[in-house]
Design a protein around this ligand. Structure first.
Ligand code: WT7
Length: 647
């Protein structure tokens, strides 16, 4: 991939786009931005005005116990109400909320009014089963409308949802259910992935048998012919049976501004994935406002985000941010290359999608599959494109711009994280001149900086965020110290530390340079190298392991695993297979490394610290860096030979 430091092209939005945009010029952006920084409380109070509140706030920001910030203190509201009831009350009930496109050709159209009805009935089922405000409910579902419905049903009654991406393994489900002490798992008998059936309920069963906190598994029927679905008596219930006879309306619980809305587990540098906490009012306003401005949402837009609801992108920019803005969206269950590689463009054409939001890894895959899949497809409905999840290389950006956007659509390269709740760095599509590979400028209320370890401003270094913002995480579930230490200690509590490297150019644009910690971004999936390492060492033949991220043409980054085997044990294909199987079992198939390289030791300093830098050099085929501090310099050559032989 080419280096972004050589990139000088710049693409202003077209006059016609700017003329109709919510933020139509840099002057308009700057004016609002300056207000948001000078008077954040006034800005965020204004932003909250258009939404529905049972009770208004007394204080917009309470920083007394920083970094444990509170937003909209004293207010009462409900996310589901703002996503649904508010639109129905405003006469938009008949508008399509979701065009669902299922994998084997199933389609469903759901209006806002119908969605409200479904959410109410689902909420009443949860209540009937005894779920109460504050209870944690884990969701393990395919991309079917019931996933969105279940999320909103939890929000409606004040239950805390914890969505688990349906690619995660049984062990991952167990860890999350236990950590959050979930009382219920909502799943489906099955789902589809590239024409293959995933037996989701069986994966849940294998994970939760030892979870004492769990009282019910609620199962939605996906309607897959011939799929058997064993039910455990006294624990498992069919949604379809429970829903008959429940009331069609369920009042929305009045939630306190700082009541927990959801948990979403994500990977860090050390230990098991952590439960990121998002609360009600601040997240709500931030999701609403970022979606509105960054996607320039207009009443007749058809929006499509290809992410899974199981990741933060789906939480904020499929469910909460998009539905609060009352637009229509496509929800797609399937893969980009099933039944063929033209599937996405067929959907854009069929539903006249106007805003399309996807990941760089998908764009690189499309490039590889070739332009012929786009030929003959009418993509003229598109007016705005977005990317998210990892740095986009300029070549992929240009391809997206020209081939998908026909050279006329602005691209919003949005940088954010599970922890930030919504976009922090992003172009304003009607105002910002974009540069290929660049996340450009801060969203309203966001004050970024690029610092060195000591906290000095530098041109290239570590990204830092100076002020709190409403959508920020409120903590790590059950571990307030870890929250403070991971995110707020690097520069003495003055800045939020996201873990990314960045460069600020002469125009004040921010370029994200990738993670500065041991977190790797594989196809936009965030994986901690320590998670894989701890899986490998559970194998009886393994002594030690180190996993590093390496550049990958399609995935952005891939994982390379270095494993030392206990003396006398075989380093063979069988062991390789077993270790890969352990990753599938403990995390999920998406976390498999590209390769596992066996050796008798790892390169270590004399004090015993593994030198990952040298492992990266080997994995990327680079000249080895300084090896003089190694305890045993011979070992790197041995590993290098192993690496080259296996290639
Ligand atoms: C990490 C967060 C944001 C939702 C999906 C991922 C990387 C994200 C970009 C971007 C460069 C990006 C960062 C970040 N990242 N967006 N536009 N340009 N890098 O959420 O799983 O919490 O991962 O993804 O490294 O820290 P996540």
């Amino acid at each position: 991939m080419e280096s972004v430091s050589q990139e000088h092209r710049s693409f202003p939005p077209s006059e016609s786009f700017s003329a109709n945009a919510r933020i139509g010029s840099m002057a308009a952006y700057r004016e609002l931005y300056e207000k948001s920084i000078a008077e954040p409380e006034a800005f965020w109070a204004d932003a909250a005005e258009g939404l529905h509140w049972f009770r208004r706030w007394e204080r917009v920001l309470n920083a007394d116990a920083a970094p444990f910030y509170k937003w909209y203190e004293g207010a009462r509201t409900n996310l589901a109400y703002n996503c649904l009831d508010r639109h129905v009350e405003n006469g938009l009930g008949g508008k399509t909320a979701i065009h669902w496109v299922g994998e084997p050709g199933d389609v469903r159209k759901i209006t806002y009014e119908e969605l409200l009805g479904e959410v109410c009935r689902f909420a009443n089922v949860l209540k009937k089963l005894g779920v109460q405000k504050g209870d944690r409910v884990a969701l393990y579902l395919p991309m079917i409308p019931e996933l969105v419905v279940a999320v909103l049903a939890c929000a409606r009654i004040g239950a805390v949802h914890s969505v688990i991406f349906a690619g995660f393994s049984s062990d991952s489900i167990r860890d999350r259910v236990l950590d959050s002490e979930a009382r219920m798992v909502i799943t489906a008998d099955g789902g589809y992935r590239r024409g293959k059936v995933l037996e989701l309920k069986k994966i849940v069963d294998a994970g939760v048998s030892t979870c004492d906190c769990l009282s019910e598994v609620l199962v939605v029927k996906r309607g897959i012919e011939g799929l058997e679905c064993p039910m455990t008596a006294g624990r498992d219930v069919w949604y379809e049976e429970m829903v008959s006879g429940v009331e069609d309306f369920c009042p929305a619980e009045e939630m306190d501004a700082e009541d927990l809305l959801f948990l979403l587990y994500t990977s860090g540098t050390t230990g098991k994935p952590k439960g990121i906490m998002h609360t009600t009012a601040g997240y709500m306003v931030f999701a609403y406002l970022t979606a509105k401005y960054v996607f320039d949402l207009q009443p007749d837009d058809v929006y499509w985000c290809t992410a899974d609801v199981g990741w933060i992108t789906g939480h904020t920019y499929i469910v909460y941010g998009i539905l609060q803005n009352g637009v229509s969206q496509v929800l797609y269950e399937g893969a980009p290359n099933h039944p063929d590689e033209g599937r996405f463009w067929e959907i854009v054409e069929a539903y006249k999608v106007s805003i399309f939001y996807t990941a760089p890894t998908a764009i690189r895959a499309f490039m590889k599959w070739g332009d012929s899949w786009l030929e003959g497809k009418d993509l003229s409905s598109l007016r705005l494109l977005g990317t998210v999840g990892e740095p986009i290389n300029p070549e992929a950006w240009m391809w997206y711009h020209e081939k998908v956007g026909g050279g006329r659509c602005p691209i919003v390269d949005t940088w954010w994280q599970t922890e930030t709740g919504g976009h922090l760095l992003t172009p304003m599509p009607g105002a910002t001149s974009t540069k290929p590979g660049c996340a450009t400028l801060p969203f309203f209320g966001i004050e970024p900086a690029v610092l060195d370890d000591a906290g000095n401003d530098v041109a290239a270094g570590i990204l830092a965020i100076k002020k709190p913002w409403p959508g920020m995480m409120r903590g790590i579930y059950g571990d307030p110290d870890r929250y403070r230490q991971t995110y707020w200690c690097k520069w003495g509590g003055q800045y939020y530390f996201p873990g990314d490297g960045a460069r600020c150019d002469a125009d004040g644009y921010y370029w994200i340079l990738g993670r500065v910690d041991d977190v790797v971004n594989v196809s936009g999936h965030r994986i901690g190298t320590a998670e894989l390492e701890s899986v490998f060492v559970e194998h009886a033949d393994v002594a030690e392991s180190a996993v590093v991220g390496v550049p990958h043409e399609i995935k952005g980054q891939g994982l390379m695993a270095f494993v030392t085997v206990i003396q006398g044990r075989a380093q063979d294909e069988k062991l390789n297979r077993e270790l890969m199987g352990m990753i599938d079992q403990s995390i999920g198939k998406f976390a498999r490394p590209e390769r596992i390289i066996f050796s008798s030791d790892l390169p270590k300093t004399r004090s015993g610290k593994i030198m990952r830098r040298l492992l990266r050099d080997i994995a990327e085929g680079r000249e080895l860096g300084n090896t003089t501090t190694l305890a045993d310099p011979g070992i790197v050559e041995q590993i290098q030979r192993q690496f080259q032989e296996g290639a």
